[in-house]
Write a protein that binds this ligand. Structure first.
Ligand SMILES: NC(=O)c1ccc[n+]([C@@H]2O[C@H](COP(=O)([O-])OP(=O)(O)OC[C@H]3O[C@@H](n4cnc5c(N)ncnc54)[C@H](O)[C@@H]3O)[C@@H](O)[C@H]2O)c1
Length: 387
């Protein structure tokens, strides 16, 4: 595994920081062979990107992403911009023959996501989407238990993704409320992750129907795009919110199991409350991200006397990725989900294997998000395969 990996990253804020940390941590946990070269970081504000380059350990910086794409020495482009730039940057990077990592959601709609996947497949580059929760050891254990038949026939998948940062009407009109920038609100931003987990754990969704609401219809305008801790000036003029603040939908998987999903940015007290429960005829699993090292598992084949949920701490050597980290019980955190996802991506490039989850997972998630939007617009059930 000796291929040199030279990375150009676009974006230096939330995800730019998480990915930069992952690239730095890779050889520390996964060994010398996983060393990558953090060549160049891009952002539009020169002072800020210069500071980020120095703070995160990138050799150079640029203010135009095309500078990264046209360089012959760069063989990986990592896209961490807001979603409206994903397609443009990814398509240009693919055209130049770069391997591409792109944050979720892959694109603003399923048509764009399909074009991106088709272009990547045709060019034969390695591609991966930022569904980092797939790399949580407890979620991988849930998958193992399902694949081994320990839950039996699956009846229910029940997911929620609850945050609270939009609860106050004073929270400004950042890019996450702008339909042109992100396509949808809670359904694409939060929903993409839990929809992907539904696909990963249970299988394809067949039909969906949903409801959504925009609770606060106008918010204070701010300069620039703003992040999750943005603040507006007192008395700032108000602008329209055109995306969904909260979405609830239900559906049925191809395998017959029923599904329910709730995504909101208005669940006071819930910071990153992503969780799910899966029930089968032989058992159940429950996961809650704010206790990400734990999986609750009920073996329903046990007699009633001892039956119940067991809290499994997924940090022992037999759990996914645990052997690369610390002795059992020394828990890992959010940043490690990115290190593990980048480990799989870089390994796939070095071993000439297809990375997973590739852009096809982004297409599938976009298809469900668009199907839910369509069901809401038409107040009807929508067959996902027809979207
Ligand atoms: N995997 C996850 O859990 C997760 C979490 C948060 C965000 N995301 C996704 O990551 C993406 C970025 O979100 P974020 O929270 O990091 O956003 P952010 O606002 O914190 O950062 C965006 C960065 O992109 C840069 N940027 C924007 N347009 C650019 C352009 N044209 N050229 C160069 N740089 C540009 C900005 O300067 C900034 O550095 C979104 O698609 C979001 O959905 C994923």
């Amino acid at each position: 595994m000796s291929k040199e990996i030279n990375i150009g990253i676009i974006g230096y804020k939330f995800m730019g920081k998480a990915h930069s940390s992952a690239f730095t941590q890779l050889p520390i946990y996964f060994g010398e062979d996983m060393k990558v070269n953090k060549k160049i970081i891009c952002g539009r504000n020169e002072d800020k990107v210069k500071r980020a380059a120095s703070q995160f350990g990138w050799e150079e910086y640029a203010t135009d992403y095309r500078e990264l794409i046209k360089r012959d020495d760069i063989n990986v482009i990592d896209v961490t911009t807001p979603s409206n730039y994903h397609k443009q940057i990814v398509m240009e990077a693919i055209d130049a023959g770069k391997n591409v990592f792109c944050e979720k959601p892959l694109a603003l709609n399923v048509q764009d996501a399909r074009e991106m996947h088709e272009a990547a497949a045709k060019k034969g580059i390695k591609h991966q989407i930022g569904f980092n929760y797939r790399f949580v050891p407890a979620i991988r254990l849930a998958k193992q238990l399902i694949d081994e038949g320990r839950l039996g026939k699956v009846y229910h998948f029940r997911a929620r993704y609850l945050q609270d940062w939009a609860t106050s009407p004073d929270f400004p009109l950042t890019w996450r409320f702008d339909k042109k920038v992100c396509g949808s609100g809670s359904s694409g931003d939060l929903g993409a992750h839990v929809i992907d987990l539904a696909h990963f754990l249970v299988g394809d969704l067949k039909v969906v129907t949903g409801i959504n609401e925009t609770f606060i219809k106008q918010r204070p305008i701010i300069e620039g795009e703003g992040g999750l801790s943005a603040k507006a000036e007192k008395g700032a003029p108000l602008g329209e919110v055109l995306i969904d603040d909260a979405t609830i939908f239900c559906g049925q998987f191809e395998c017959g199991a029923l599904a329910s999903f709730e995504m909101t940015r208005y669940a006071a007290g819930n910071k990153n409350g992503m969780g799910f429960e899966i029930n089968g005829d032989k058992g159940s699993v429950k996961f809650f991200f704010e206790r990400m090292n734990e999986l609750m598992y009920c073996d329903y084949t046990q007699d009633g006397l001892t039956q119940g949920f067991t809290r499994i701490q997924t940090t022992d050597y037999m759990h996914s990725y645990a052997k690369y980290y610390y002795p059992a019980g020394h828990v890992i955190g959010y940043a490690d989900t990115f290190t593990c996802e980048m480990y799989e991506f870089i390994k796939a490039i070095k071993e000439n294997d297809q990375a997973a989850p590739g852009f096809e997972a982004g297409v599938k998630a976009a298809q469900v998000i668009d199907a839910v939007d369509l069901s809401i617009a038409n107040r009807a059930w929508v067959n996902v395969a027809e979207v």
